[in-house]
Design a binder for this molecule. Structure first.
Ligand SMILES: [Zn+2]
Length: 327
């Protein structure tokens, strides 16, 4: 079985001065475990952390471009040092070639479009850096729009005009638009713009709001719109997005199965994917290491998902989205 995971925060330690070894480490994701479990691709996120995360460590936050340069350099350094098993991928051709050579494809993503810095040139720089997926917002307002919120008025806020322009530009350039963390109002703007451009979009690491009432999760209406656009939703393993309520501290495969069944019922099998958010989540995690993703797939098989369903979830749907978006 081949697998692709759409979101991990393993690169983040770099921001705080850690020497992140991506080949083998004590974190939740490394090349070695990815390859042993049969992964063809992993999306490595660069989450633009807020000032206070740096202040808490007695550090000053670098500007976004410097931050992204440091984290992307870390990924490229690790790829270079282990070029026998890992390689950069910026499109489907790269993915196919890397697979033939027996290598893991490393996709680079930015979790927060603020890195654009308010200009189209910023977006071009991000593309040149290798970024092929951008989460429109993280948990703060940025130059593109507003984040998800439990307050209805905030949740309804649309994209900013510049945000709309940038979604359009991302569609043209071959950068995947990611709605995880975005406000509901912004989500519907993404639906509209991507529809005009005939491009799918993704929720790289989000679950179902009908089952877990967290503002980071998607409503049924949103799941249907995303599926209709040909996009994919990466299942997130965070306890607060999986449990019966948002204060849950256990991440259980039982709950993942509930969310997966709901996704299948509402959006259909073609919109389902993996986005574990490993190294970005805490709690008692049943899947606390990327290779344990196989436990989830085994369990889904026992719950009636066919071999072909599992192929779609673990790989085929993302293979399609990558081909329909990246250039
Ligand atoms: Zn996130």
């Amino acid at each position: 079985m081949k697998l692709i995971d759409m979101h991990c925060d393993t690169l983040l330690g770099t921001a705080y001065g850690e020497q992140v070894d991506l080949y083998e480490n004590q974190k939740m994701v490394d090349f070695k475990r990815l390859r042993s479990a049969g992964f063809s691709g992993q999306f490595f996120a660069m989450c633009l952390m807020p000032e206070k995360s740096f202040a808490n460590r007695g550090m000053t936050k670098p500007d976004d471009m410097t931050f992204m340069k440091e984290l992307s350099d870390c990924l490229y350094r690790n790829i270079e040092a282990h070029s026998d098993i890992a390689a950069f991928a910026g499109n489907r051709e790269d993915l196919i070639r890397n697979e033939k050579e027996g290598k893991l494809s490393c996709f680079l993503t930015a979790e927060d479009g603020n890195g654009i810095g308010g200009t189209l040139e910023g977006l071009e720089k991000m593309y040149e850096m290798g970024i092929r997926l951008i989460s429109v917002t993280w948990n703060m307002e940025n130059c593109l729009g507003y984040p998800n919120s439990f307050e209805p008025e905030k949740m309804a806020l649309p994209l900013k005009p510049f945000g709309m322009e940038m979604i359009d530009a991302m569609n043209r350039m071959g950068i995947i638009v990611d709605v995880s963390h975005l406000s509901d109002g912004g989500f519907w703007d993404v639906v509209r713009i991507c529809k005009e451009n005939h491009k799918p979009f993704v929720a790289s690491h989000s679950n179902c709001r009908a089952l877990t009432p967290h503002s980071r999760n998607l409503t049924d209406e949103m799941i249907r719109a995303l599926a209709e656009a040909g996009g994919a939703i990466g299942l997130n393993y965070a306890p607060a997005f999986l449990g019966a309520d948002i204060h849950e501290t256990n991440s259980r495969i039982d709950d993942m199965v509930r969310h997966m069944k709901h996704l299948r019922n509402v959006g259909g099998i073609e919109c389902m994917a993996l986005g574990g958010d490993l190294d970005g989540i805490r709690g008692n995690l049943e899947i606390d290491s990327i290779d344990k993703t196989l436990l989830l797939l085994d369990r889904l098989h026992k719950e009636g998902f066919s071999e072909s369903d599992l192929d779609k979830i673990s790989y085929d749907n993302m293979f399609r989205v990558i081909g329909d978006t990246m250039k």
